[in-house]
Design a binder for this molecule. Structure first.
Ligand SMILES: Cc1ncc(COP(=O)(O)O)c(C=O)c1O
Length: 353
């Protein structure tokens, strides 16, 4: 604390990201990263860009990448915005679309960065309770005063909401923005991006950190009506014109072009997720039906927090949230099949001890 701080800074409660350890002997399943490296084409493009162009500023408009991404979703580049990771896109979206005095709605169990942004921008919030089975009740998000935001699949529940339900939320907030944070959607049934041309109040946010193995490169995007994208761009250009560096642009382009690699690694993770879920269920864990690259599971025969601590000692990092409704659950990212098998052995050893 310092007397030179703006008084608001003292009241902030910054987001605490999952631990990032440099110890390579640890099996790290705590921040939903992809266990596979990015496509070799991504690495080659980054190397080439680093060798030849780093002395030049990147493009502030990032037109080529917006065009590439738009092409993948049947959208024009004017309907795509790029940011430095989806956390930055979310922060800029909160600033662009939400205003103090008009309560925004989000679920009471959700991505824990939302309350942090709400505090930073001094927004009023109406947290809506999840159902007992951890699903979001669509009507609970109807008629928001100041807009809606939720992840689909939700984090950390891993549960997916069908597009028909999202449409109901959009229809019941005709004068408010509805932001769908699709950080994990590539592991799920379908993206709401297909609804963009029908709903001018829909903003879909995605990231290259999970399904495209690029958490370290920091690229995220928003897709929506041109007017929404123009608003985000105004805010971005009033803050920092060059949020996406040249290496990120070059790498992200190739990540979208190499669809074969994307499909292969994504499908492998989904397969491993189903294997891991079945194995946990054989051990009587309660596992939510995940459509993400992680599962939320409640262990049997041991308290969640104890299992978390013991796994950490055994060299496995997963995530425990000491929060109401989640105290009996663990969030476990899906790694390679080999990593998940090792984790299962460690769980068996701890429980049988
Ligand atoms: C729901 C959700 N949204 C957004 C993010 C941020 O991702 P990034 O900033 O790496 O794009 C995460 C990261 O874990 C997340 O879980």
């Amino acid at each position: 604390m310092s007397r030179f701080w703006n008084p608001l800074i003292e009241q902030l409660e910054p987001y605490i990201p999952g631990e990032q350890l440099d110890d390579s002997s640890i099996i790290k399943l705590n921040t939903n990263e992809n266990p596979f490296p990015p496509s070799p084409n991504v690495i080659a493009a980054i190397e080439e860009e680093a060798r030849t162009k780093l002395q030049l500023y990147p493009s502030p408009a990032v037109d080529n990448l917006r065009e590439e991404i738009g092409g993948c979703y049947g959208l024009k580049k004017e309907q795509v915005f790029i940011g430095n990771g989806s956390d930055e896109v979310l922060a800029l979206s909160f600033m662009t679309f939400f205003e103090p005095g008009k309560a925004i709605k989000y679920p009471d169990i959700t991505y824990s960065f939302y309350p942090v942004y709400a505090k930073l921008y001094q927004l009023d919030v109406e947290e809506v309770a999840l159902e007992d089975d951890f699903t979001i009740s669509p009507p609970s998000l109807f008629n928001a005063e100041g807009g809606v935001i939720f992840p689909n699949p939700n984090a950390p529940t891993s549960l997916y909401m069908e597009l028909e339900a999202i449409e109901e939320i959009l229809k019941n907030n005709p004068d408010q923005i509805v932001i769908v944070d699709e950080a994990y959607v590539d592991f799920a049934k379908a993206s709401a991006a297909s609804l963009i041309d029908s709903y001018p109040n829909l903003l879909v946010i995605q990231t290259l950190s999970k399904s495209r193995s690029l958490a370290g490169l920091r690229v995220g995007m928003a897709m929506g009506h041109k007017d929404l994208i123009d608003g985000l761009t105004r805010v971005k250009d009033s803050f920092n014109s060059y949020t996406i560096d040249r290496l990120a642009i070059a790498g992200a382009m190739e990540a979208f072009r190499d669809t074969a690699y994307f499909e292969k690694t994504r499908n492998e993770i989904i397969k491993t997720r189903e294997y891991f879920r079945q194995e946990l269920e054989k051990r009587d864990f309660h596992v939510l039906p995940s459509q993400a690259n992680f599962v939320l599971a409640s262990p049997a025969g041991i308290e969640a927090e104890k299992l978390f601590m013991e796994l950490k000692q055994a060299g496995f990092l997963i995530r425990y949230f000491n929060k109401p409704k989640l105290e009996n659950y663990l969030r476990i990212s899906i790694g390679t099949k080999e990593q998940m098998t090792k984790l299962l052995h460690a769980i068996d050893y701890i429980i049988e001890k």
